[in-house]
Ligand binder design. Structure first.
Ligand code: GLU
Length: 426
């Protein structure tokens, strides 16, 4: 097994190279390589069995150059502060690239939410908010869902925060349920955006999406909605992997049926009840990564495509639904093979773009409805893809840029550089 750099270390390598390739002053790297502020908290929670457990949590405020800190909260047993810093840096770049008036941040609690009762989950969520409340607000730092959190958790958090402030503050968290202050597009916006990006990239490189074979790694919110819309746009979802195993059907899996099974079982274990003819099942959690497909959507977690397995990936195009799924070493291997990788900070920006729209709605106690939001989301995503492709053509011929990730980083850093210069930071 090859040893590889951590997620943060390889993100910083790409950032450094992009600052150099983009011709920005070194000071830009010095500022962006460190978070502005890091908060570490302890969350004591009384469990159902009467025992007290103290959970560890963080909120990383990476950059405020472009506006309030913005980024999700992750509930995951393996998260640590270093990973959270890498994720927060990713948010700064993602928000900049999409032209949002936001800096970047990310929060986390080291906990496995699938092992908690609903009551315990609520107490962890409220406890986390009490711990970070002094440093968040609707124009200061605006968290949202990420891996392991959802709209219900956002509402518990807002409810707790509103009690602390003594008034309703709907804009301090985004990704709320549509029934209470949430935008109706937000629950599926990340997956929808991934599908739009895949469609635009397939149009450019593979003559359209119709009939193309797609594999999805991770069937949570992002993966399942990406699968749903990719199949609506005419692609064939042939492989899906998640924790209980892999489903494979060369003629295409029925996405709506898989989503129903997962909903009915209350988790991805429901996938294994899928029994349409022609489908094979394996216990592997990663077979979808190696399926013979045109497009692969890694939509689970960071570092899943790495130095040890990149050579097994057959997809022509990778559209990153998760944050950081392809390590820098893996990207080198795939670049040599000619694989096109559309980086997370562009491909999965649909979530935070609709978070922004929801936040604008909340600040005005107003909303413009599903159709209008969807149109705005789609326009921003399509423009982002066009800008990425045009800039890649320009930079790869004139500046020695190799990957779409470097191109996306340069575009993101450019806007941050201008903001920091205007503010007099550099
Ligand atoms: N957690 C999502 C991300 O990584 C969304 C963040 C947000 O909506 O603020 O992009």
């Amino acid at each position: 097994m090859g040893e590889e750099k951590s997620y943060l270390a390889w993100m910083l390598d790409v950032l450094k190279r992009s600052v150099e390739l983009g011709g920005f002053p070194e000071e830009v790297y010095h500022i962006l390589s460190k978070p502005e502020r890091v908060l570490a908290v302890s969350i004591p929670v009384r469990m159902d069995n009467g025992k007290l457990v103290v959970f560890e949590g963080y909120r990383v405020q990476h950059s405020s150059a472009l506006g309030p800190y913005k980024g999700g909260v992750r509930f995951h047993p393996e998260v640590d502060l270093e990973t959270d810093i890498a994720l927060a840096l990713g948010m700064t770049l993602k928000n900049s690239l999409s032209g949002l008036p936001y800096g970047g941040g990310k929060g986390a609690v080291k906990v496995d939410p699938t092992k908690l009762s609903p009551g315990e989950l609520e107490r962890v969520s409220r406890g986390y908010v009490r711990a970070i409340a002094p440093l968040i607000d609707d124009e200061l730092d605006i968290p949202a869902p990420d891996v392991g959190t959802n709209p219900q958790i956002m509402i518990w958090m807002i409810d707790e925060y509103s009690k602390i402030r003594g008034r309703n503050v709907p804009g301090v968290f985004t990704g709320k349920p549509p029934e209470l202050w949430g935008d109706p597009v937000r629950p599926y916006s990340t997956g929808y955006g991934v599908a739009v990006v895949a469609r635009e990239i397939a149009n450019r490189f593979l003559g359209g999406l119709e009939g193309l074979r797609v594999a999805i790694h991770g069937f949570g919110n992002v993966g399942s909605n990406a699968a749903r819309f990719l199949s609506k746009f005419g692609a064939k979802i042939v492989a899906v992997s998640d924790l209980p195993g892999t489903l494979y059907n060369p003629n295409g899996l029925d996405v709506e049926k898989m989503i129903q099974l997962v909903q009915r079982a209350g988790g991805v274990k429901g996938l294994m009840e899928y029994s349409e003819p022609g489908t094979s099942k394996t216990a592997s959690t990663e077979d979808a990564l190696y399926a013979d497909v045109d497009i692969l959507v890694p939509a689970s977690i960071e570092n899943v495509i790495n130095i040890n397995n990149a050579h097994k990936v057959k997809a022509k195009i990778i559209v990153e639904g998760a944050n950081g799924p392809t390590t820098a070493d893996a990207e080198k291997i795939l670049y040599e093979k000619g694989t096109i990788i559309i980086p997370d900070i562009l491909a999965n920006a649909g979530g935070v773009i609709v978070s922004y729209l929801e936040w604008v709605e909340n600040l005005q106690w107003f909303w413009w409805g599903e159709e209008e939001t969807l149109k705005r989301l789609e326009n921003i995503m399509i423009n982002n893809v066009k800008r990425l492709l045009a800039s890649y053509d320009k930079y790869s011929s004139s500046r020695g840029v190799k990957t779409y990730r470097e191109t996306a980083f340069i575009l993101a850093v450019e806007r941050l550089y201008r903001a920091m210069k205007l503010r007099g930071w550099i």
